[in-house]
Design a protein around this ligand. Structure first.
Ligand code: HEC
Ligand code: HEC
Ligand code: HEC
Ligand code: HEC
Length: 173
């Protein structure tokens, strides 16, 4: 009897742990989001992002300016140094194949492998359950921006102006 309940407990534990792991969401890259987020009707999120410096923040580490900045910071190779990559290529640890994407969609919206399906995307609650980040307030959004923009290179960050520049809403119906 005791042995049977031990085995049962072991099985339950294995199932529980394996569902925990299967819920580890992964990054897919902005090209996947582009499929459905490029049209005028959807709000052109991809083309907007593409024209912004967020999509070029890794490339910026290869510029002459970056060499100067790196030298001042005592960094030898800015395209390889975690000191620069943590803001300019935030995927470099969790999804190195997407490193060159810079500040991609999923840096702000969460890893998209599970929520990018049409049936999930159409349902806000389901999207959040499947890894999409829920902000809920402008303060929460600002807090996320500040993880990189707070005092970056001794610049000040005007959240309202910055958001105005990068926002990408769906058009009102
Ligand atoms: C198969 C098409 C499709 C793909 C691929 C897709 N989306 Fe969406 N997404 C949609 C649709 C459709 C909506 C609008 C849902 C609605 O009508 O309310 C949406 C809505 C959203 C929203 C707003 C959701 C909300 O409830 O507030 C975000 C944020 C978003 N998508 C981000 C992404 C990101 C990031 C990716 C890539 C990882 C992505 N989407 C990939 C179709 C897609
Ligand atoms: C805390 C986050 C953070 C870190 C760490 C960081 N940067 Fe930046 N970097 C930024 C932000 C944010 C901007 C944009 C500032 C703005 O335009 O207001 C920027 C801008 C730049 C620019 C100007 C790019 C352009 O388009 O003109 C260069 C060059 C640069 N960073 C190089 C570096 C180098 C080299 C390192 C490592 C030594 C580094 N950064 C580390 C956040 C960071
Ligand atoms: C993972 C780090 C990171 C996060 C999070 C982040 N940014 Fe940035 N942002 C950067 C870097 C790095 C640059 C500079 C890129 C360059 O100049 O090459 C930048 C540049 C910008 C720019 C200049 C864009 C342009 O094309 O001139 C604006 C505006 C901006 N960010 C606003 C925001 C806002 C608003 C948020 C929050 C919703 C945010 N950022 C979140 C890292 C980040
Ligand atoms: C720097 C952070 C950042 C990046 C990069 C970013 N977004 Fe967003 N996005 C946001 C925030 C913040 C919101 C507003 C969320 C809210 O109000 O809860 C938003 C809103 C959206 C919405 C909903 C718009 C609406 O009006 O309902 C969609 C769709 C979306 N983003 C898709 C994308 C896609 C696709 C990409 C990449 C091509 C992308 N975003 C890149 C921060 C970002």
């Amino acid at each position: 009897m005791k042995k049977a309940s031990f085995i049962l407990l072991a099985i339950i534990t294995i199932i529980f742990v394996s569902t925990l792991f299967s819920q580890e969401f992964t990054y897919v890259g902005a090209a996947k989001c582009k499929l459905c987020h490029k049209s005028e009707k959807q709000g052109q999120q991809f083309p907007i992002w593409e024209t912004m410096k967020h999509s070029k923040s890794f490339a910026a580490l290869a510029s002459d300016k970056a060499k100067e900045v790196a030298q001042e910071a005592g960094v030898d190779n800015p395209t390889e140094s975690p000191n620069c990559l943590k803001c300019h290529a935030p995927f470099s640890e969790k999804a190195p194949e997407l490193k060159e994407e810079g500040v991609g969609c999923e840096v702000c919206h969460g890893p998209g492998n599970a929520y990018k399906k049409m049936s999930v995307m159409k349902d806000h609650a389901e999207s959040v359950k499947n890894g999409m980040t829920e902000y809920g307030s402008p303060e929460a959004i600002k807090k996320h921006c500040l993880t990189c923009h707070e005092n970056a290179h001794e610049t000040t960050f005007d959240f309202d102006a910055a958001w105005e520049k990068i926002k990408h809403p769906r058009p009102k119906e």
